[in-house]
Structures are given as structure tokens and as C-alpha cells.
Design a protein around this ligand. Sequence first.
Ligand SMILES: [Zn+2]
Length: 268
Amino acid sequence: MTASSSNNIPEEFTEGNTAIISLDEELRNFKLQSFHSESFPNYINDLDNAAMPIQKAFGFVLDSALELERSKQHDEVEILRGCIPAIIELEHQINAQKTVLKDLEQHIRREPMNDIVGAYQKQMTRENAKWQLLSDKKKYKKHPFYTEFRNDVWAENHGDEPVPDSDDNDEDEDLVVGHIRQSTTCPITQTYLENPVTSRICKHTFSKHAIYELIRKNRGRIPCPNAGCGQTITTQILQDDFLAERRVARLRATEASQQQTQDFYNVE
Ligand SMILES: [Zn+2]
């Protein structure tokens, strides 16, 4: 990648595509050593940031669907429901890259590694093949995007009535998760979630300030404050939760409009 190395390339290869040949060559000869693994958490963090717009895209799809559901345009809602797998596929790509980076990080901690690009591509192919083997139900219908969509669209016109069974009437118990109404309250503050963060491991959600404060006071780790959970929580496994944030925002908006209606009738 240095100027001197590209000067070493035989002239017949440099016609028009110097950069491609030299970069390829450089990458193949480059040896990753264990100290390189120290930069991996940054790369993984970058991927987490890249996942945020995907959550937001889902948020916009859901908002539009709720508007349409309110005005009983069910066909349009179904079109939007049909967009969810494409969003989940994007998220999968990022998750697969994270898995592969973590594997490579472990590998180079043990021994130096040649041909990192080749190894990366091979592992990505394997991750994607594993993903393709999953059924649509495992990939999409159990995904929080899908269950959130189903629950929220249903609640739009049915309030607190329980969501009916989904179209898959088998005994897959995990699907029951989709019926649990997701939390809008922080178990620590007992008030609405503020800047919600969710544990990557146990999926419980807290107000960021409250849980960070608790973790700080307890030297970096606490048992999950959610009753009956017990998973160890550190700041490393907490992730900003855009979906929870917009859930709270929607709830507040509904309450504000109910309050307005009440004020209107209380005037006389
Ligand atoms: Zn928990």
C-alpha cells in the first residue's frame, strides 16, 4: 500500500489497473497479528452504528402502516408488511459481518493469519448459507420487527384486546413471545423509558441514565434489574433501542391527544 511497494510491480501489470493488482497483492501477503485484534471492537462498533438506520427505516414503515390502519386501508398495510423481510435481510447482513469479525478476532489472538480477505469471504459465504437454510418463519416472523408490526397494527383498532394467533397454527412455543406487549416503562425508575437501552443478551430494556448509574455504582456489573432475570449486565452489552424510544413517543402522543379531547369536553 506504500508508494515503494507499487513501484515493485512488473511493468506489464501496471497498465491501467495498478491499484487493483497492488492492493490485491498487498492484502494477500498481509499478515494479521494478535495485536491487530485490538482494533476489532471498533469495527464491530461501526457495524452497530450502521444498524441504526435499519431500525429507523423499520420505524418509518411501522409509522406509515399505523396511519393507514387508522384509516382502514388494510391493503396498503399488507403491502408495507411485505417490506419487512427486505429490512430484516439488511440487518442479517450486518449481523453476519459482526459474527465473522468476532471469529476472525478470536483467530488472530491465537495465531497470525494470512489472506484475511479470503478468510472473511469464506466465512461470510458460510454465514449466508446457514441463514438461507432457515425457514421464513425463523428468519422473519419471529423477528422483533415482525412481531412489533403485528402487535402495533392490531392495537391500532383493537386497543388492549389480545392479538389473535398468527397464521402459523403449530406448537412452536417461541412464537408466544410475539404476544407479550413490549415494555414502555423502566424497571428501575418505574417511569416511561428515557433514552432506552436494551441488553443484547436478555433483551430487557432500561432508561440509559438509570442503568448506567446503577452499573457505575456497582463496579461495572449488576444482575439484570428485571424481576426474575438474573443475567449479568455490563455497559458493553447495552445497545440504544430506537424501537422502544418510538414506542414511548407514540404512547405519549396518544395520551396527549386523549388529554386534549378531555380538556375539550371539560370546557363547558
Ligand atoms: Zn434481563
